[in-house]
Ligand binder design. Structure first.
Ligand code: URA
Length: 291
């Protein structure tokens, strides 16, 4: 099967965006590959917007991807969320109902697919924050249920807790639209800002002792866009969001692509830091995972 140049570039762009989201800032590329890429790009129609950003090489590591499909749209101002009086569960159900009925969110959801709201224990010590729902998540209406989610579940179990003990949320409540049905793209800054009040309200309800940001997009969503921020500088370090300690680590999909002991150990060391901060018991076996 031979692919058109457009398709090749589209797939390449999706792959690069996925790597960038996971915190990869640079890739080794041979001279021959650069020449082939230049030839490929020069054959494409200049007016084809979809590829313009790639052709101009304008996507810096921490820049938010500006998909022409969505950058022209203007989202309404941020939703105002004032939680009602009551217990955590009541507040959670109130907020979930509000988000699942959010008119703007509904507009962006493909027919037959779902808005995705956070899930888990409202009394959790740990709140994991990812980026945005993917295909599996928008089908089931639950965060982290696809391949990356299965890996996240393994990480949680390795920490000696279960998915029911933690809370799992995303920066975004809908799957960012794409020109194709396959592949994902990171949310735009505008999209992240629109959904942020919903995430902050979940943090306010759960009041976790630690938030774990999974990947560069989660960091940008939680801490704000900063073009000078590099994953290699912030990963494994503590920051603060909503008066809560924030640990930054790689997204599980980074581990799916970099299935090495070293990458797993890096993420695991971040989890050990979280466990230490929470005074969780750490066995010798846990201490030595992936060594
Ligand atoms: N990746 C995310 O960031 N969130 C999900 O819910 C699934 C995959």
């Amino acid at each position: 099967m031979s692919l058109s140049n457009e398709k090749v570039v589209e797939l390449l762009e999706m792959e690069l965006q996925a790597l960038k989201r996971e915190g990869v800032c640079s890739l080794p590329i041979s001279r021959d590959s650069i020449l082939s890429l230049k030839n490929l790009l020069s054959e494409l129609d200049e007016s084809d917007n979809i590829f313009t950003s790639l052709k101009q090489s304008s996507i810096g590591c921490n820049e938010v991807y500006k998909n022409p499909m969505t950058t022209k749209q203007t989202l309404p101002s941020n939703p105002k969320v004032i939680l009602p009086e009551g217990g955590k569960l009541e507040k959670y159900e109130w907020l979930k109902h509000k988000v699942l009925n959010c008119e703007e969110c509904k507009k962006h959801v493909r027919p037959g697919k779902k808005i995705v709201f956070g899930i888990g224990n409202v009394d959790a010590d740990i709140l994991f924050c990812g980026e945005a729902p993917g295909a599996d998540e928008e089908t089931l209406g639950e965060p982290f249920v696809g391949r990356a989610g299965q890996l996240l579940t393994k990480i949680i179990l390795a920490m000696g807790v279960s998915r029911n003990d933690v809370y799992i949320a995303n920066i975004m409540n809908w799957r960012p639209e794409m020109p194709t049905t396959v592949g994902n793209r990171p949310p735009t800054q505008e999209e992240m800002e629109f959904c942020l009040p919903y995430l902050l309200a979940q943090i306010e309800i759960v009041q976790p002792k630690v938030i774990i940001a999974l990947g560069a997009t989660a960091v940008s969503g939680l801490l704000g866009h900063d073009p000078t921020r590099r994953m290699r500088d912030v990963r494994g370090k503590w920051a603060t969001v909503a008066n809560t300690p924030l640990m930054v680590t790689f997204h599980p999909s980074y581990l799916l692509r970099n299935n090495t002991k070293a990458a797993k150990r890096t993420v695991w060391e971040d989890m050990l830091e979280v466990m230490k901060r929470l005074n969780m018991a750490i066995s010798e076996k846990q201490q030595n995972y992936f060594l």
